[in-house]
Design a protein around this ligand. Structure first.
Ligand SMILES: Cc1ncc(COP(=O)(O)O)c(C=O)c1O
Length: 403
């Protein structure tokens, strides 16, 4: 399907005003029809694990057909196409990308392969995902190094770029070998100012030798295809993301991008199937569900046709609409800061804990989630597949439950 097929108006190409000023002309209903969503469900948890559009499903089927015909043909040219597609999408080079099955494996491979001495430490924050923290702990434990978990803001709702940068600056020591952060935190919905963090890390690195250099590792899974920015140009050294969430890639796919200046600092953890490049060697080998990996290129094409700015604007417009609606409920608290946000909104309303609200809304066929952290805030994610009507209905139901 061509981008013009998503454009509304006579002859499909006419730019007609839609409900979304930020994404003029895109017919989001047509986009949604490319997916096999349950029509009875208002799903505000689509970021959790991707539903695949027709184009991705067709690509999986086609690669499966080719592998079934001759499973000796592992199609290395398709792996190259995926690396090129992802490279282009994140503003980096194909050679700087490795394929991994998910974010967790990507982070584990990066921390596990990082040349780390017992006198060094990995510095993470208390809002990084539990699996991110565990990946760091397992890696540090193997060499007798430490993991330190800091707090980058007092209150997520009031956090600012300055506060985060200052706290980070004060936390880095000469022993800090890597700083791990999350582009969009699934605990609070906060979008980390990655460039500001990168400047702090660059400042700390002045005069350091390469074996002491502090790397900035970003868990980017909730930013990729939700935020309109080049992940490889945020100033991070390593960017890891599953491609099976906001990008709508096949389930069980993900990527690692490594700044070529530091790719010698991370050694492969496992034998690799790919010798495309130094970074590609980080991708775990053995045979894979190749039909899933190769179809990642179709997911990138799908997003590029819609336009990354249009996708991000639609996601942000819907999440702002939701946050504004919740903020009007007496006693409700929105934990996601308006100025540092993307597609996730975490909140609390009087009368229900996060898990209770999930259950009460499920009874009304509305899927939300909680952040599985120390404080399980109620949480929604606004996808381009959601509609303003779904957002308004959900706010109304939450408001009624809060009474
Ligand atoms: C911030 C964050 N990082 C990592 C993960 C794990 O992602 P994956 O399933 O791709 O390993 C999640 C899970 O949703 C997450 O929210």
């Amino acid at each position: 399907m061509e981008r013009r097929d998503f454009l509304v108006g006579a002859g499909l190409l006419a730019i007609a005003p839609t409900a979304s000023a930020a994404a003029p002309g895109l017919d989001w209903g047509a986009v949604r029809r490319e997916f096999r969503l349950d029509p009875a469900l208002t799903n505000l948890g689509l970021f959790y694990l991707a539903s695949n559009p027709r184009e991705v499903r067709d690509a999986v089927e086609e690669f499966q057909r080719r592998l079934d015909a001759n499973s000796h043909d592992l199609m290395p040219e398709e792996a190259q196409k995926v690396a090129e597609a992802l490279g282009q999408y994140v503003g980096g080079a194909a050679d700087d990308i490795a394929f991994v099955p998910n974010t967790t494996m990507g982070l584990s491979i990066v921390y596990g392969g990082l040349k780390l001495r017992p006198d060094q430490e990995l510095l993470l924050s208390d809002q990084d995902h539990a699996w991110h923290q565990q990946a760091a702990r397992l890696a540090a434990g193997r060499v007798g190094a430490k993991v330190r978990v800091g707090t980058l803001y007092e209150s997520s709702a009031k956090a600012t770029e300055d506060e985060i940068a200052t706290r980070l600056r004060n936390s880095i020591t000469p022993q800090t070998r890597a700083v791990g952060i999350t582009w969009v935190q699934s605990s609070t919905g906060l979008r980390m100012p990655v460039r500001a963090c990168a400047s702090v890390v660059a400042e700390a690195n002045r005069g350091r030798k390469s074996e002491d250099r502090c790397l900035l590792v970003v868990d980017g899974v909730h930013g990729l295809a939700a935020v309109d920015d080049d992940a490889a140009r945020l100033g991070a050294d390593v960017f890891v993301a599953g491609t099976h969430k906001w990008l709508f890639g096949p389930r069980g796919t993900g990527m690692v991008w490594v700044n070529p200046e530091v790719n010698g600092e991370i050694a492969p953890m496992l034998p690799s199937l790919s010798d495309r490049s130094t970074t590609a060697l980080l991708g775990p080998g053995g045979f894979h569900a190749f039909e899933q990996y190769f179809a990642v290129a179709a997911a990138v094409r799908f997003h590029q046709r819609l336009g990354r700015p249009q996708v991000a604007a639609r996601i942000a417009e819907l999440s702002a609409r939701f946050a504004a609606g919740i903020a009007e409920i007496p006693g409700a608290v929105v934990h996601t800061p308006t100025s540092l946000s993307a597609g996730l909104v975490c909140f609390d309303v009087p009368g229900s804990t996060g898990p209770e609200l999930v259950q009460r809304l499920a009874d009304k066929n509305i899927q939300i989630t909680t952040a599985a952290y120390r404080i399980p805030y109620a949480r929604i994610g606004t996808s381009i597949l959601n509609t303003p009507e779904e957002i308004d209905r959900t706010v109304r139901e939450i408001s009624a439950l809060a009474r």
